[in-house]
Design a protein around this ligand. Structure first.
Ligand code: T1G
Ligand code: NAD
Length: 650
């Protein structure tokens, strides 16, 4: 049974017990409605305590139901029935009260909580808005300014904030229920608080709306739910709670059926599945307290920062004193920047740097549980590093390479205990980008895999397992995507038009703006290496630019021109002249046609990757694109887009 009942001296205790997160599905709704009606008729019942089993209250409506039409009884009706009950309901909250869970609690006449309680309406993360009264009851309890932050900006209230704002009527210590029952017994002898929906709400100053609108629009990245949530909040204030509830429900239902919401749900479940791959579920990870990083450049320092942020101790190895002090300076400035942004304190900066040891040579790696190599992308250099690590590290220490393209098996040749080796491909900046491509070799041991998935979880990364091929999953699709973008240039489509189309689709940057930022030489050197191997790689427009000295922002020009100190791309007549030999007559192509062509190319490469077993699922490919390559989250990923296109074709 998903809802359990206990009676304690006239007080009914209703416990939602629907593991793992007490999600509200149709059975829970049905049961709560039946109970509310039954308790009202039962003279022995004076009040009802509503709580959740285990470590949390309720994580919201059951998201797995959202791909189906809404099923009665509807949650807003359940909340309203509880709010209008003759016997008062009191929510007793431990841990998370999210979405529909918070809406249920808002339908209760009072809320009590332990110190672990936290309150949020994260529906906008799923491309929807609260659909069971949250947009109307919350502002009437905590005020409109705070409600805007919770409903439209996904702010989470901790227990102290909730008490301060009047959302929580009383705090109790664990054990929760005895405290709750005692609280209710006392409360029954006093006047009950007014139901949330009936509480007065004064019209705020106009600038509250304008400021909120600007703030939300600047963070929404084109997602529609946050601004619609603001509109519904506004409607409820200007036209009253009843109109607000009606507007909320209509907006919720239309967003629930939208492609954007389907895309965000797809990613919600894909991210959770990625953390727990079936074949290593139940395999115990090894303990990891100290990590080594070899190479303190762009990637090594970012990886070290991610490890230090996660609480590990780090031994960073560089090849000389200059490299070692440069790495330490980089890390100090990364942490000081976080301090300036108010993310960490000065003490935390010092504490992190206190767990960092920088060495020239391999002293200290004998203490490491895992070592990640991030030196130059040259096979010989990497092999030399691993032969040293094979000598100095413990035989059970996990050894990983951050190579972007080199076959990890070539790097590990001759390494003792090869079962402890694999690729761990971080993305730049490594302390920010959430994606981690995990590239095992055929020898990699299951507990080594389980350990790096656990490390990914501790670093807050999204781990995606990738098979061995040129560019693994992400860089392989990127290369194909770029080749097709350059093929559009050959067909006479303007560079700026292609970039504008991709920005319109939701990317922060178009492919050419992005390549100017990262540098055109990485792809050029990759093609040159293939040509040296005798592979027939035709000249690409980008090659003409690099040969003309245009490598992107770092040379003041690539696909675009850049004024000194200015990173804004300027159309370049010079680039056009250099590219002319490879460009067809100017062609005007509609943005959606450009997008469709590039999406199809990414999905085709994705299908090839799936067919070769390089990726375990289409969802994994979407995670790589969204968390590593800036694919707009609200679009779900290229494989999700392919699925939608196929569905729309039938
Ligand atoms: N519905 C269904 N399944 C859910 C779920 C939910 N709401 N929340 C989590 N799960 C599953 C998840 O897929 C995973 O499954 C397992 O539970 C553990 O989750 C009317 C319409 C609560 C903070 O957006 O934020 O209410 O992989 O790995 O890290 O207005 O889950 O084991 O098979 O994330 O401890 C609004 C979503 C819904 C909250 C726990 N609520 N959940 O984190 O575990 S919309 C949310 C979370 C709504 C109303 C609207 C987190 C968590 P599996 P997990 P965790
Ligand atoms: P980088 O040139 O910025 O840094 C490399 C560092 O390694 C330098 O500080 C150098 O002094 C040090 N080094 C070289 N040989 C060494 C040795 N024998 N012992 C100790 N230190 C040594 O390079 P990067 O961009 O950080 O790339 C490092 C690796 O990460 C490469 O394999 C690259 O392909 C990969 N990678 C790079 C990116 C990126 O965006 N830059 C992204 C993912 C992966």
């Amino acid at each position: 049974m998903t809802v359990n009942i206990d009676i304690d001296g006239g007080i009914a205790i209703v416990t939602i017990a629907n593991p793992p997160v007490n999600a509200i599905n149709a059975a829970v709704r049905e049961r709560l409605l039946t109970l509310a009606q039954a308790f009202d008729k039962d003279p022995a019942i004076r009040a009802v305590i509503l709580t959740g089993a285990g470590a949390l209250f309720v994580a919201g409506a059951d998201i797995t139901e959202f791909d189906r039409p809404v099923e009665p009884p509807f949650l807003p009706d359940v909340v309203a029935r509880i709010e209008r009950a003759a016997k008062p309901w009191v929510a007793a909250i431990r841990g998370a009260a999210l979405g529909g869970g918070l809406e249920l609690a808002l339908g209760c006449r009072m809320r009590i909580a332990t110190g672990t309680a936290r309150f949020a309406l994260p529906e906008v993360n799923l491309g929807i808005i609260p659909g069971s009264g949250g947009t109307q009851r919350l502002p009437r309890v905590i005020g409109i300014a705070e409600a805007i932050r919770v409903v439209a900006e996904n702010h989470t209230l901790d227990a102290a904030e909730a008490v301060r704002l009047g959302l929580v009527d009383a705090m109790v210590e664990e054990p929760l229920l005895p405290g709750a029952i005692a609280f209710v017994r006392v409360a029954l002898d006093k006047a009950l608080p007014v139901p949330s929906l009936d509480r007065p709400l004064s019209e705020p100053a106009q600038e509250i709306w304008t400021e909120a609108e600007q703030r939300i629009a600047s963070h929404a990245k084109g997602a529609s739910a946050p601004l619609q949530a603001l509109e519904v909040l506004k409607c409820g204030i200007e036209q009253g709670a009843a109109a607000g509830l009606a507007r909320e429900r209509a907006t919720f239902l239309s967003l629930r059926g939208s492609e954007e919401a389907a895309a965000l749900r797809h990613l919600f479940f894909a991210e959770r599945a990625a953390m727990r791959p079936a074949d290593i579920r139940g395999t115990a990870p090894r303990p990891v307290d100290t990590a080594g990083v070899v190479g303190g450049g762009t990637m090594g320092s970012g990886i070290a920062a991610a490890l230090l942020n996660a609480g590990l101790s780090v031994v960073l190895v560089e090849q000389d004193a200059a490299g070692a002090s440069r790495a330490r300076e980089t890390l100090a400035s990364l942490f000081e920047a976080s301090q300036r942004r108010g993310q960490i304190t000065g003490e935390e900066v010092a504490e992190r740097l206190g767990r960092l040891e920088t060495n020239i040579g391999y002293g200290g790696v004998e203490r490491c549980d895992v070592v990640i190599e991030a030196v130059f992308e040259e096979l010989a250099v990497k092999r030399a590093v691993f032969s040293e690590l094979g000598r100095f590290c413990r035989p059970d220490a996990i050894l990983a390479t951050n190579t972007s393209y080199i076959d990890p098996r070539l790097i590990a040749e001759g390494l003792p205990e090869p079962e402890r080796f694999l690729g761990l491909h971080f993305f730049s900046p490594a302390h920010v980008m959430k994606l981690l491509e995990i590239v095992p070799t055929p020898e990699t041991a299951p507990d080594v895999l389980a350990t790096v998935f656990e490390i990914a979880r501790r670093l807050g990364k999204i781990p995606v397992r990738a098979g061995i091929c040129d560019g693994f999953i992400g860089n392989r699709i990127l290369r194909r995507f770029r080749t097709e973008a350059e093929a559009l240039v050959r067909d006479g489509v303007g560079i700026a038009a292609i970039d504008a189309a991709m920005r319109g689709f939701g990317f922060a940057m178009g492919p050419f703006e992005m390549q100017d930022m990262a540098g055109l030489d990485i792809a050029f050197l990759h093609r040159e290496a293939a040509r040296k191997r005798g592979e027939p790689v035709p000249d690409m427009p980008g090659d003409l630019l690099v040969r003309a000295g245009r490598k992107g922002q770092k040379t003041g020009g690539g696909w675009y021109d850049y004024a000194p100190g200015d990173r804004r791309p300027q159309p370049s007549a010079k680039a056009e002249r250099i590219l002319a030999p490879l460009m067809g007559p100017r062609t005007d192509m509609a943005g959606e046609v450009i997008v469709a062509r590039l999406m199809a190319t990414m999905a085709q490469e994705g299908q090839a990757i799936l067919a070769e077993g390089i990726a375990a699922s289409a969802a994994d490919i979407d995670l790589v694109e969204v968390h590593g390559y800036g694919f707009p989250r609200r679009r779900g990923g290229p494989m999700f887009q392919l699925g939608r296109a196929d569905a729309n074709r039938v």
